[in-house]
Design a protein around this ligand. Structure first.
Ligand SMILES: Cc1cc2nc3c(=O)[nH]c(=O)nc-3n(C[C@H](O)[C@H](O)[C@H](O)COP(=O)(O)OP(=O)(O)OC[C@H]3O[C@@H](n4cnc5c(N)ncnc54)[C@H](O)[C@@H]3O)c2cc1C
Length: 380
């Protein structure tokens, strides 16, 4: 059985590995001439690392991944702890897999090494496709036509495959943008820290040689979605004026490039699959990064899809994939959107009750979000 995987991001590369493990040929067709994840960080919860371990990638990943001690949510002005997940101590024991933070290019390198050269087409942008009951065909900008039993759209938030199959829902601008910067790690950062404050939040964690900083702030009229649009370190610092001395100290260390990325999502889609086509990752469930789950959900999709496709009855397998994955991914999409409000409450009564709920373990605590890290329903 042959699959064409459109898009060689995290989702597409994992899907191709997973399909090959189930006996498929899976050709990845990627528009970029080389793999291009930017130098930034990514957190992967046990729902994702469990899938990667089953694909035999755990040894390679463990060489480049960092296991933080804790994920800590804290207040913006005095670092007071609101809730904390005991990652190192509890994730493996409770969910059967680790919680990692990674430098994105390291993750992509591990995934790219797992692709056979004869099942990889780089610099080949897919411009159109047709699909029927017997198979599907994609065409590329340079005039190639690739036929397959299954076309998998892993081509991100502006998916061409989605437009050609289930149609489009308009992208929804969150009003926020993410500033991203890397600073050299000093070896002392053992936590993922998320400071919640009025109108904005800040995330900091180690990815090994660097400390990854993501500052989510109001974007005003900034609408550019690009990993490489430049930002300004002083602007970034100004957004956090008056925050805790720890935050100021971290931002003072920024003297390399700063990038800005406008944050969009889409409302959950009612369907992801046709008879011989399926969507995966940001192509079907783009979400705000306020649960650090976009890539993790793409990886979960890949694991479940390949498991469903083992018996080679493609339309039935795709239906089952959608039934298993769509409800969970949609719930996380909605919750990530809602966190745009919940994370950014101004100090006052609502913020006070949010913080109390966090301290009591009812909101954002590990018990409250553990369903995210559990296995997607078993494939029967
Ligand atoms: C600030 C920020 C922080 C984040 N942090 C986290 C985190 O900590 N944890 C987490 O799990 N997620 C995180 N995410 C989300 C995560 O980055 C995405 O959800 C994930 O990268 C999506 O992967 P994907 O493979 O589905 O799509 P993409 O990464 O968008 O990959 C799509 C690929 O398809 C290619 N492509 C597009 N169109 C075509 C075409 N027509 N033909 C051929 N190729 C094409 C593109 O070049 C690209 O390589 C974060 C996102 C942001 C913005």
């Amino acid at each position: 059985m042959r699959a064409v995987v459109v898009g060689g991001g995290i989702g597409g590369l994992v899907a191709a590995v997973a399909l090959r493990r189930r006996g498929w040929t899976a050709t990845v067709v990627e528009s970029a001439a080389k793999f291009g994840e930017v130098g930034a960080g990514v957190q992967l919860g046990p729902n994702a690392t469990r899938v990667l371990a089953r694909l035999g990638l755990d040894e390679e990943l463990a060489k480049v991944a960092v296991t933080p001690e804790v994920v800590r949510f804290c207040r913006w002005d005095d670092d007071a702890v609101l809730t904390e997940w005991p990652v190192k101590r509890r994730m493996r024991e409770r969910f059967g897999a680790p919680y990692y933070t990674l430098y994105r290019p390291d993750l992509i390198e591990v995934l790219a090494r797992a692709q056979p050269a004869d099942q990889l087409l780089l610099g080949a942008r897919v411009t159109g496709m047709t699909a029927g009951a017997d198979g599907a065909t994609v065409s590329t900008v340079d005039g190639r036509r690739l036929e397959a039993d299954l076309v998998l759209g892993c081509d991100g938030i502006h998916s061409t495959v989605r437009s050609a199959t289930v149609g489009d829902v308009p992208a929804r601008f969150s009003g926020m943008c993410a500033y991203r910067a890397l600073v050299p790690a000093d070896g002392t950062e053992t936590k993922v820290r998320i400071w919640l404050g009025p109108g904005r939040h800040l995330v900091a964690y180690s990815v090994g040689r660097y400390l990854n900083l993501v500052g989510v702030v109001p974007a005003a009229d900034w609408r550019t979605e690009s990993w490489i649009a430049p930002g300004d370190a002083d602007d970034l610092r100004r957004h956090y004026a008056g925050w805790s001395a720890t935050v100021a100290g971290l931002l003072d260390r920024v003297d390399g490039p700063v990038y800005r990325w406008a944050l969009y999502d889409r409302e959950p889609l009612p369907e992801w699959v046709g008879q011989t086509t399926a969507l995966l990752g940001d192509a079907c469930h783009p979400m705000l990064p306020f649960l650090a789950q976009g890539a993790a959900q793409a990886i979960e999709d890949a694991g479940v899809l390949a498991e469903c496709l083992e018996d080679h009855d493609v339309p039935a397998a795709l239906e089952r994939y959608q039934r298993l994955r769509l409800p969970k991914a949609s719930r996380i999409q909605r919750m990530s959107w809602d966190n745009n409000t919940a994370y950014h409450l101004p100090d006052g009564p609502e913020q006070h009750s949010r913080d109390e709920a966090m301290r009591r373990g009812e909101a954002f605590a590990l018990d409250a979000v553990s369903w995210i890290f559990e296995e997607t329903g078993s494939v029967g």
